[in-house]
Design a protein around this ligand. Structure first.
Ligand SMILES: Cc1cc2nc3c(=O)[nH]c(=O)nc-3n(C[C@H](O)[C@H](O)[C@H](O)COP(=O)(O)OP(=O)(O)OC[C@H]3O[C@@H](n4cnc5c(N)ncnc54)[C@H](O)[C@@H]3O)c2cc1C
Length: 424
């Protein structure tokens, strides 16, 4: 029954059919696992479940608007993509390695902080990771999923979960309810799965907006990513193939609105000046996207047979490339714990599994979220002691090699260890 359902009801992720795809489904049909959310976190979780052979029902949800972002993915995340089988020539050709990361003080405040450069060779690597454009990443994950025989893809969004002590009933817009033992919820910041599981979320706003785009430059980037620390927030350039870089430019909400409205030539001039002309001539600005900066964290990362991954669990400002790296660690650990319980013949949605996931993800996410919050707030605050502390911290990082190396190691992998598929 399951085998027939899996083959007969697969939908093409690129062209979802208009009619409900699981018309033969009834409540007797059950899956081990449901994954909800077709962003990079949910797609990765679904692919990992497929590679592990778990009987999985997957709801990618509503069509996504074109994603203009790129994400700096560190080596453990690249290992995960490799394990799934999407890190091949095609995706790699659209990405660039990140060999060095630099922080430059562009606040104009005194005392000025020194420039700090992190070089991957200092920790025995050629690169820290790769800059990966989100649209081709999502595309590669979607096509990989088509080859996962144990994953059935359902169209339409999930409307509600009925969580009981034994199972979860997934109610969706286009199908009859589907029974499952556990749910990986990756349905984003306004998650319905999180709400159904009874998990509350704390959210806060920053008075900032990020403009994202990419640009060409006359001087080579030499695989260096630069974070210019400015009074309104960081402006980060990240290498792309050739003489191009992607940009995350954080400004006050008002200034970002003005920036977004500039024509390409005026935007390029302003960018060249804000980046102290380190890129030479700036040109060929691509389409610009805008993201309001906010933070959020769920009170529990797992409860009532529902594990939260990605922005369903935590939202972090785009500083220091944390968000998707953490999200992929969420997805990898969730599938690892479920796979292990499945292999041992124990309940894959048991409370003990929920607690183990919650504890392991909490110790990874919380300190990083706090560090980014403090860094961002000290940048935008004019309180003098904050500036002094920030400058001292950067001076220490520049001067003390072991401290710098330990920060680099921690940036690649948390001290508590990585999920198995991300280990070197
Ligand atoms: C400007 C910017 C730059 C960034 N740069 C980096 C970086 O360099 N490195 C890094 O690691 N991170 C970065 N991040 C963070 C990263 O982009 C996010 O962590 C990541 O995109 C989150 O992915 P997600 O899958 O959790 O969420 P989303 O991409 O929001 O996906 C949620 C999905 O759920 C679906 N959905 C919603 N409702 C339902 C429903 N009811 N049923 C089914 N599906 C549903 C939606 O359609 C969507 O596809 C950046 C973020 C920003 C804003």
């Amino acid at each position: 029954m399951i085998g027939v359902a899996l083959c007969a009801n697969r939908t093409d992720l690129h062209r979802p059919p208009r009619s409900p795809i699981h018309t033969l489904m009834n409540e007797d049909v059950s899956y081990d696992l449901a994954v909800v959310g077709g962003g990079p976190a949910g797609l990765s979780a679904a692919c990992l479940a497929g590679v592990a052979g778990l009987r999985t029902a997957f709801w990618p949800g509503p069509e996504r608007a074109e994603d203009l972002r790129t994400t700096a993915l560190m080596l453990p995340a690249i290992r995960l993509l490799n394990h799934i089988g999407v890190w091949g020539d095609q995706l790699e050709s659209e990405c660039a390695p990140l060999a060095r990361l630099q922080i430059r003080d562009a606040t104009g405040r005194r005392p000025a902080a020194p420039t700090v450069t992190f070089d991957a060779t200092e920790i025995g690597q050629n690169e820290f990771g790769w800059n990966v454009p989100v649209a081709p990443l999502v595309e590669a994950l979607r096509s990989r999923l088509q080859g996962c025989a144990s994953v059935a893809v359902f169209e339409g969004g999930v409307s509600e979960l009925d969580c009981s002590s034994e199972t979860v009933l997934v109610r969706s817009e286009a199908n009859l309810p589907i029974k499952t033992k556990v749910v990986i919820a990756a349905d984003g910041q306004k998650s319905v799965c999180r709400k159904s599981a009874g998990i509350s979320v704390t959210r806060w706003e920053y008075p900032q907006t990020a403009i994202v785009t990419s640009f060409a430059h006359s001087k080579p980037h030499e695989n260096l990513s630069i974070e210019f620390h400015r009074k309104a927030g960081p402006l980060t350039t990240v290498p792309l193939p050739g003489d191009r870089s992607s940009l995350v430019w954080i400004e006050t909400d008002e200034d970002a609105a003005e920036l977004a409205a500039l024509d390409d030539a005026a935007f390029a001039r302003k960018l060249a000046s804000e980046t102290a002309k380190v890129f030479g001539q700036v040109s060929d600005i691509t389409k610009r996207g805008r993201f309001h900066i906010a933070g959020s964290v769920a009170r529990q990362f797992a409860k009532n047979r529902v594990l939260l991954v990605g922005e369903t669990a935590h939202v972090i400002p785009p500083i220091g490339a944390q968000g998707l790296n953490l999200s992929l660690r969420d997805a990898a650990l969730a599938v690892e714990l479920i796979g292990e319980a499945n292999a041992a013949g124990t309940d894959i949605g048991a409370n003990t599994l929920m607690k183990a996931y919650d504890q392991r993800r909490r110790v990874d996410v919380f300190p990083r979220q706090l560090a980014i919050d403090v860094l961002n707030r000290t940048l935008i605050s004019s309180f003098l002691p904050f500036q002094g502390a920030r400058s001292l911290g950067l001076a220490a990082l520049q001067a003390i090699g072991p401290l710098r190396r330990s920060i680099m190691q921690e940036g690649l992998a948390p001290k508590q260890g990585l999920p198995k598929v991300m280990e070197a």
